[in-house]
Design a protein around this ligand. Structure first.
Ligand code: ADP
Ligand code: MG
Length: 574
């Protein structure tokens, strides 16, 4: 350790870059925010090799004066904030003056800009912190910023970048977030020369949402608004049946900025409580407007997290707005049809019936659930099902309690893996092929993965007019609703890349899909098994390693040996 010294500016910038610029998608985010701050109505995003090689964002905004170009790269240089007081009134995305300086410290950046009405443009390049000459250059009105060789001089950082596919996925996510918040702005996203998302300016939010979600969902969105002195919000929520397998269908914006907030996420899920099954997340678009002083956006370098003055009040208002709307609108008949067939005979169940149904489910042992256990003998051992959830089995030297879903999933996973390895995953052709509406982004996703989908038995074709047709499904899932199946597969494809194994290697897509099939085809936690089904499951599982985990890494069974039991009941000293 030496004496205390002020860090050189290039070191400061590199440190700031570490916080602001995590991956190519962060570059895209910062550049698009600058374009929107400049009043752009058209934003074009071009990316090569997942952004590792090149990211370019061009806009038709107000541009920069030639003398401002070098300033734009200077740390803490911003045109958006003059005094600390202004922090309370910020209406732009940027104000820290950090982004361009940070990116310029870790990449080669060229900015080309022409102010509205100016006769020519100006160009300036900065490479790993070294500022070049400002030069006149031909340019359309507006600004384009090109970023090459991100983290080139920082092998440590570069190493953390994922495959181009994964990085591209993050960028697509970022473009989606902007697209939904700014319907009037035209966005184009071009990846490796191929247009991936094109969003013509839309008059209405719903129209823009329709670029990313199926028409049926958009038409079914229910809307609620709320306003008081501290905060106003508009919320669009898809009915429970559209719930997704991940949080990727939830968009929360604060004054136009995409944010993540645990309490608000909780409010959304709470608003849907008892209406969507466990493990699914409703599709919701929440647009918050807060008065200055009610929220601090300057707590996180990328501003994705903010601090509310009274987040729980907001929570309660959101829950109330959602529940009011969801229960009043005609949602009940669409609610989890299978689950309710048994609960309500004839007619749509009332909200109370829904609540009761789940309350009952959550309290095992109540009449109507348990019934007498069915003893059964497999391979000379006794077993039965309890609470429609667990199988208790007599083992040679003790007893085993099995999670029926986890075990079945494990068995099926091994089966589909075997089938896949021998290139023979049985498929079921659909007598009535299902036509499913998809967005252009979803279509691209399907096209990209067509080969792998086909190898697992899911055959889809273009149907034109924003639709695709499902021709076959994996035989194991022949009873599933093909439309829902496809939607879930699309979710999985979208998530791919975010899911990574502990060692940091992305899980191959096919593994994810095989796990998906196994999970989907397995008996559910809560399904009553017939004696035959029970016998079959245990026979299939025979020889399998019970210590093996299910596809999601949860254990499939626990075992207590007779020894353990005897110790427990103090029949024997330990
Ligand atoms: P911030 O956005 O926080 O002000 P940045 O480093 O992102 O900081 O940008 C610095 C400055 O460069 C901005 O304040 C703005 O004046 C200018 N600038 C950056 N991008 C653009 C753009 N696309 N159009 C016009 N001006 C821009
Ligand atoms: Mg900025």
């Amino acid at each position: 350790m030496g004496s205390i010294r002020v860090l050189a500016p290039d070191v400061v910038n590199k440190i700031a870059a570490g916080e602001v610029i995590e991956r190519p998608a962060s570059v895209v985010k910062e550049l698009v925010e600058n374009a929107l701050d400049a009043g752009a109505t058209r934003v074009r995003i071009e990316v090569e090799e997942g952004g590792r090689k090149r990211v370019r964002v061009s806009d038709d905004g107000h541009g920069l004066a030639p003398e401002d170009l070098p300033l734009a790269f200077a740390p803490h240089a911003t045109s958006k904030l003059a005094a600390a007081d202004d922090l309370l009134r910020i209406s732009t995305f940027g104000f820290r003056g950090e982004a361009l300086a940070s990116i310029g410290a870790v990449a080669r950046v060229t900015i080309l800009s022409r102010r509205r009405g100016a006769v020519e443009g100006t160009e300036l390049t900065i490479e790993a912190g070294d500022l070049g000459e400002t030069r006149p250059a031909a340019a359309p009105e507006g600004t384009s910023v090109e970023v090459r060789n991100l983290f080139h001089a920082m092998p440590g950082r570069r190493k953390f970048l994922r495959s181009p596919d994964v990085e591209m996925g993050h960028i697509e996510e970022s473009v989606t977030r902007f697209g939904i918040a700014h319907p009037r702005v035209r966005f184009e996203f071009v990846a490796d020369g191929i247009p991936r998302i094109t969003l013509p300016p839309a008059d209405a939010l719903r129209e823009r949402i329709g670029a990313f979600f199926e028409r049926e969902l958009v038409d079914a969105l229910v809307e609620a608004e709320s306003e008081d002195a501290a905060a106003s919000f508009r919320i669009l929520a898809a009915p429970p049946k559209f719930a997704r397998l991940s949080l990727r269908g939830q968009f929360v914006y604060l004054n136009g900025r995409f944010i993540r907030d645990r309490v608000l996420t909780r409010a959304i899920n709470e608003g849907f409580r008892e209406m969507v099954p466990h493990g699914r997340y409703p599709v919701v678009f929440l647009f918050l407007g807060m008065a200055p002083g009610e929220v601090d956006v300057n707590v996180h370098p990328t501003k994705i997290e903010v601090r509310f003055r009274n987040v729980w009040r907001l929570h309660d208002r959101i829950v109330a707005a959602l529940r009011g709307k969801l229960l009043e609108s005609d949602l009940a008949p669409h609610l989890m049809p299978g689950a309710f067939a048994a609960a309500a005979v004839g007619g749509a169940p009332s909200p109370q019936a829904i609540v009761d149904y789940f309350a009952r489910d959550a309290a095992p042992g109540l009449p109507g659930l348990g019934g007498a256990p069915i003893p059964l003998v497999t391979s000379g051992r006794r077993c039965f099902q309890l609470h429609d959830r667990y199988i208790v089995e007599e083992a040679e030297d003790g007893i085993r309690i099995i999670d029926q879903h986890a075990l079945h999933e494990r068995v099926l996973l091994e089966e589909v893996r075997r089938q896949y390895a021998s290139a023979d995953v049985p498929r079921q052709l659909l007598l009535l092929p299902a036509v499913v509406e998809v967005s252009s982004a979803e279509r691209t996703r399907l096209e990209e993965h067509a080969a792998v989908l086909e190898s697992m038995g899911l055959l889809v074709d273009d149907f034109g007019a924003g639709s695709i047709v499902v021709r076959s499904v994996p035989a194991l899932l022949k009873d599933a609703d093909p439309t829902l199946l496809l939607r879930d597969v699309l979710d999985r494809l979208g998530e791919h890349g975010e899911t990574e194994k502990a060692e940091g290697h992305p899980i191959p897509m096919i593994d994810l899909l095989l796990e998906f099939i196994a999970c989907r085809a397995a008996v559910k936690f809560g399904d009553r098994l017939s004696p035959e089904e029970l016998a079959r499951l245990l026979t299939d599982a025979e020889g399998m390693d019970y210590s093996a985990t299910c596809a999601h890494g949860r254990p499939t069974a626990i075992k207590m040996t007779l020894d353990d039991l005897e110790k427990y009941f103090k029949r024997r000293g330990s």
